[in-house]
Write a protein that binds this ligand. Structure first.
Ligand code: 5AD
Ligand code: SF4
Length: 528
């Protein structure tokens, strides 16, 4: 009998952003350390966790409807009683916990509507999860674990459940920006950062697990370091952008310092790519732009930037409480492109914010032409209870919001077609993530079809005649074709490029799953 036959199983359903994906990975690692095993089949699990997202109404609905699906598992087979007749606290079946930003906001109200849920927990309670589960199993149910401790400093060690080439590393949490439409400051609390030396130690550990690319995570990573003592003894640095001084006071740690420290730490020599998300234009300093310079900048920093702009209209931006102007955003993008012409740019857009006129919307369309993003993540505005914008009349009708959403997406497709086409003929380094879903490539030859990402974060599908597993390898691919969403290429075998030759020295990857399901690192309802 396999040892795991006796072990209790857990199932986690994740909705939302990379932060939630990283949180799920942490939950999974903690529960596995406690002796449980993960299952992809909820009906086999004795513990079901829902890691929900509350950033938009649609996301909350997804989590709630998934919860409804889980309810049947609480019943014994053949139980014909109605929901009202069941005493859920005594019902058999799995323990069910609701977490993430949905759990944080709910604070226990859900028990009235969904008494089959055993506990609710917020992002700050993840490390207590094994204890919380133990309590629920012992009958201590209907508890909400959603306290923030504003005095506690933020320290965490990245936990990844298995060896892999990419890892998410939380470097800060919370957000002090309070954009008028956004629920995040209420679900994730105030900004807190880890220290530079703690992040370096953490990434050094990940290197031992075969990691080659890290994505530094936070709601606003470029305000990293605010309030932290300068324990790494780095040169104090004032940060500026075109609007004026930004970021922490001189002497505090800051984000460009972290990037440069990661570039020069000898323990991180094997780290090939650093990405980060998400950022706010107000804290996007000139010093951070300098980090993208191919010679004087941070060598490991991938040539990609996701910088949410939300709207092309200054009037709407002001109502959104964004505190930045379009002129400044364009100037930042122009400087960046001048320093790093191969950079890939992506952004978030909200359409149909209260009072947005056709003219405001056209300014957003014009901004897309001006900046030439590779991709946009576009959303129809949805009021979030408790935010300042939710008190404004939601006066752009649903039909109009949806039409604007479709128009902005269609427009971006025409732009993406051009930005992607510019890469045809180039040789780009790809970090292989899995087998491509697409069947459109030449299968008659019997070649494997693989998918990966360039440094500029574009998806590339390519064929390879080799039978070995390429997941986790950095390979050179010559780009032969493009669409408005991805590139197609051919694997180049370069004898000088350590990983493109068929060595099987990295045993760690030999057993990696070949049918790895590709998942976009940025989750959104609409991606173009
Ligand atoms: N309605 C629509 N989109 C929203 N976003 C955040 N809050 C809302 C809301 N209330 C979008 C923003 C943000 C992304 C993560 O989600 O574009 O950058
Ligand atoms: Fe929300 Fe981002 Fe604004 Fe913070 S900066 S309030 S996370 S949209």
């Amino acid at each position: 009998m396999a040892p795991e036959m006796n072990q209790k199983k857990f199932f986690i359903k994740t909705f939302g952003c990379q932060m939630n994906v990283a949180d799920t990975e942490r939950m999974s690692a903690l529960l596995s350390e406690g002796g449980m095993v993960e299952t992809q089949d909820a009906s086999q699990a004795s513990l079901i966790l829902i890691n929900g997202c509350s950033v938009r109404e649609k996301a909350v609905h997804k989590a709630v409807s998934f919860l409804g699906e889980m309810k049947v598992l609480k019943r014994e087979e053949g139980d014909t009683r109605t929901n009202n007749e069941i005493s859920w606290s005594k019902a058999g079946g799995p323990i069910i916990g609701l977490g993430g930003c949905v759990g944080q906001l709910d604070k226990g109200e859900i028990f009235k509507r969904a008494p089959y849920i055993d506990f609710v927990f917020g992002p700050d309670a993840i490390d207590q999860l094994p204890e919380i589960v133990h309590r629920a199993e012992s009958g201590d149910k209907y508890k909400s674990y959603t306290e923030f401790d504003p005095l506690m400093s933020y320290s965490t060690e990245t936990k990844i459940a298995s060896a892999k080439a990419q890892a998410f590393v939380n470097i800060m949490k919370g957000c002090d920006k309070y954009c008028t439409y956004c629920i995040v400051p209420f679900t994730r609390g105030k900004e807190k950062s880890r220290t530079i030396s703690e992040v370096l130690d953490d990434v050094a550990q990940l290197m031992k697990q075969g990691v080659k690319e890290v994505t530094l995570l936070g709601q606003n990573v470029n305000s990293f370091g605010k309030g932290n003592p300068n324990v790494a003894g780095l040169e104090p640095k004032e940060l500026n952008n075109a609007i004026g001084k930004v970021g922490p006071r001189a002497g505090d740690e800051n984000f460009p310092q972290l990037l440069r420290a990661m570039d020069s730490d000898p323990r991180l020599a094997g780290l090939k790519r650093i990405r980060f998300t998400s950022s706010h234009p107000l804290d996007f300093s000139d010093e951070l732009i300098e980090c993208y310079h191919p010679v004087t900048g941070v060598k490991k920093l991938a040539p990609h930037l996701h910088l949410p702009v939300q709207s092309g209209s200054d009037r709407v931006l002001q109502k959104m409480g964004r505190h930045h102007k379009i002129e400044n955003y364009i100037a930042q993008m122009d400087r960046l492109k001048a320093i790093r012409p191969d950079i890939g740019l992506t952004t978030d857009i909200i359409v149909g914010f209260p009072s947005e006129t056709e003219e405001d919307f056209m300014q957003t369309m014009n901004l897309l032409d001006r900046v030439q993003f590779d991709l946009i993540y576009a959303f129809a505005y949805s009021p979030r209870p408790g935010t300042r914008a939710s008190k404004l009349p939601d006066d752009v009708y649903k039909k109009e919001k949806n039409q604007r959403l479709n128009r902005v997406l269609a427009h971006q497709l025409t732009i993406g077609e051009k930005t992607f086409a510019r890469r045809v003929g180039k040789t780009l380094e790809i970090l292989v993530e899995g087998s491509a879903k697409t069947q459109s490539m030449d299968h008659a030859s019997g070649d494997s079809v693989w998918t990966g990402r360039t440094g500029c974060n574009v998806i590339v599908n390519f064929t390879s005649g080799e039978s070995r597993n390429l997941i986790g390898k950095l390979l050179n691919v010559k780009i032969t074709r493009s669409s408005s969403l991805s590139l197609t290429g051919e694997l180049l075998v370069d004898p000088n490029h350590a990983e493109s030759i068929a060595t099987d020295s990295e045993a760690i990857w030999r057993n990696a799953p070949k049918n790895f399901a590709y998942k976009s690192p940025i989750q959104s309802e609409v991606v173009v």
